[in-house]
Design a protein around this ligand. Structure first.
Ligand SMILES: NC(=O)C1=CN([C@@H]2O[C@H](COP(=O)(O)OP(=O)(O)OC[C@H]3O[C@@H](n4cnc5c(N)ncnc54)[C@H](OP(=O)(O)O)[C@@H]3O)[C@@H](O)[C@H]2O)C=CC1
Ligand SMILES: O=C(O)C1=N[C@H](C(=O)O)C[C@H](O)C1
Length: 248
């Protein structure tokens, strides 16, 4: 039995790669590939069991609303998440308790491990900042991965009883110290030629630790997407982060 899969955002940088990955997987069947102008009803007509949603922060909520209320499990990597949006999808999932939704800030194993290692390191260092670097077509800043990394670091610092970092800056141009994500500064670089890169910099007396990850091609996201597609239907409700489907 093959699993019937649709890709929403099939013409995009990652979506087009996801189409090829699903087509190449023997246990999956690509039943629909939707672009910006496609009708969401196609998902129901095609009998999709799982939708891979890789579009834009402006369209992800509409797509999830449709899928979850039509009993279609979703794996999404689209960015732009905040507390209000997460609360809204949680409410939709409450209305469709049998449906699974995976929101993965990053599907690449290296990025997931970066977040994991950063959480482990967080309680040992007084200072921490995150620098993310992406291609210059990206809509959101800081990246979903950097935001999630900073949130996880902040939670680990809080759990260890570490105080918020002291920043003595009194004179600065707007943005010079980055975005403040739960007390962790996050800096975003946009540059033609890059794909997706991140450094987590830790510092304490006489030493620094840098954890760096580089995505060099969209193929790095495919094993994570396929894992999510295979697992999401057996995991009703919201799963935030691919790490929950990995044996870390
Ligand atoms: N979690 C992860 O591991 C990863 C997540 N991402 C995220 O995935 C998302 C897509 O990235 P990327 O592929 O680079 O983006 P692209 O702009 O290359 O592709 C976006 C896709 O969504 C469609 N789209 C764009 N805007 C809308 C809209 N308003 N309504 C409906 N469809 C729309 C586009 O259609 P059209 O071509 O017609 O514009 C295209 O098919 C981003 O949020 C990005 O951050 C990316 C890589 C990895
Ligand atoms: O837009 C991208 O390209 C990426 N988006 C995701 C993010 O915002 O973290 C994942 C990866 O960094 C690529």
């Amino acid at each position: 039995m093959t699993l019937r899969v649709a890709v929403i955002g099939a013409t995009g940088r990652i979506g087009s790669e996801a189409v090829k990955a699903v087509e190449a997987a023997e246990d999956l069947e690509l039943v629909a590939a939707l672009g910006r102008d496609s009708k969401l009803e196609t998902l129901v007509e095609s009998g999709a069991e799982v939708a891979v949603e890789l579009t834009h922060p402006d369209s992800v909520m509409r797509n999830l609303d449709f899928c979850l209320h039509n009993g279609i499990h979703v794996v999404t990597g689209t960015t732009g998440w905040n507390e209000e949006r997460l609360a809204e999808v949680d409410r939709w999932l409450g209305e469709a308790p049998e449906v699974g939704l995976l929101i993965a800030p990053n599907f690449s194993i290296g990025a997931v491990l970066t977040m994991h290692f950063a959480q482990q390191a967080a309680k040992y260092f007084e200072s921490v900042e995150v620098v993310e670097l992406h291609h210059n077509r990206k809509a959101d800043a800081p990246s979903g991965t950097a935001t999630r990394t900073a949130q996880l670091i902040a939670a680990a610092r809080d759990a260890a009883g570490l105080p918020r970092q002291f920043d003595p800056t009194t004179h600065a141009l707007p943005g010079a110290r980055g975005a403040d994500v739960d007390g962790v500064p996050v800096h975003a670089v946009r540059l033609r030629g890059l794909l997706a890169h991140q450094e987590v910099l830790f510092g304490d007396t006489g030493e620094t630790l840098t954890i760096r990850h580089d995505s060099l091609h969209h193929s790095c996201f495919m094993p994570g997407i396929l894992l999510g597609v295979r697992k999401v239907g057996q995991t009703p409700g919201l799963t935030l982060g691919l790490e929950h489907f990995l044996d870390l």
